[in-house]
Design a protein around this ligand. Structure first.
Ligand SMILES: [Zn+2]
Length: 277
């Protein structure tokens, strides 16, 4: 059976040890399986993503000795196409003009398993005909779940912490995830959840290998996969590399940027050792 996985950083800063762990792990598993390792830039947040960070990411990965198959897939090249994929779901969507910060938060991958506040549904009664330029589109999750067979909403996890088969609990999804933002069409913006689900299908990803902080958001991706008739890959959520205080490394921690270790004379082997690989 084919094995295809990906490393999907957002070019909003330099790679640090946590990214190195994720990339090396996915790369090594793919190569051990005789499979493919793809590189995807999750650069839908056009304000924060920079070409120079993308260049630095590919430089860092090359330095680590990683090779990827095919060209780099850049999400910003496909924004209009992602939006078009929402058309069949239009009866499950509604326009929302609530705060920009809430909508912006939907563009980036969530961190530490915390989604910004679950949306209270203020704009849910609005019909699509009331849509104004700049409005976001939210998924009416309750209506979406009613359309799906609950027994089909499952995924297989192979990571250390949650290994096994997971059935999605619709009540919990409504409580924990709610009506997520999927896009803001006028500005050709799409949410992380949507772009990632579409790309995994378009790139024929069989195994998603990523940090444990994203485990809690697998249910919304599986729900989107079913709504859009996409396959569900196998998921593998790995441990996070933390700093000495137990905090997840963030891109702002430039002190732990790979390029800094490299400048200080570290070898790729040292990096592998530092992250326990
Ligand atoms: Zn709203």
């Amino acid at each position: 059976m084919a094995f295809v996985t990906r490393f999907a950083p957002s070019p909003t800063g330099p790679l640090h040890l946590g990214h190195a762990y994720s990339a090396i792990l996915a790369h090594d598993i793919a190569r051990a399986q005789g499979g493919q390792f793809l590189l995807r830039m999750e650069d839908t947040d056009l304000d924060r993503c920079r070409p120079e960070y993308e260049a630095q990411i590919t430089r860092d990965l090359t330095w680590l000795g990683l090779t990827w198959d095919g060209p780099v897939h850049r999400q910003s090249d496909h924004l209009a196409a992602y939006n078009a994929r929402l058309d069949p779901l239009s009866d499950l969507l509604y326009p929302c003009s609530c705060t920009r910060s809430d909508i912006r938060a939907a563009l980036s991958a969530p961190q530490e398993g915390i989604l910004h506040n679950v949306y209270p549904g203020t704009c849910r009664p609005r019909g699509m005909q009331s849509r104004l330029p700049g409005d976001a589109l939210r998924l009416n999750l309750a209506a979406a779940l009613q359309r799906l067979d609950p027994a089909s909403l499952r995924f297989t996890e192979t990571g250390p912490k949650h290994a096994g088969s997971h059935l999605i609990d619709p009540e919990q999804a409504l409580r924990d995830i709610g009506d997520v933002v999927l896009s803001r069409k006028g500005e050709d913006i799409v949410a992380y959840f949507l772009a990632s689900a579409l790309d995994d299908a378009d790139q024929a990803i069989t195994h998603v290998i990523r940090g444990e902080d994203l485990f809690a958001f697998t249910p919304i991706q599986v729900i989107l996969q079913h709504l859009l008739a996409l396959p569900t890959p196998t998921y593998h959520h790995h441990r996070l590399i933390r700093d000495n205080h137990g905090k997840r490394l963030a891109k702002r921690d430039d002190a732990r940027a790979l390029s800094k270790y490299r400048a200080e004379g570290a070898t790729p082997g040292d990096i592998r050792q530092m992250v326990g690989l």
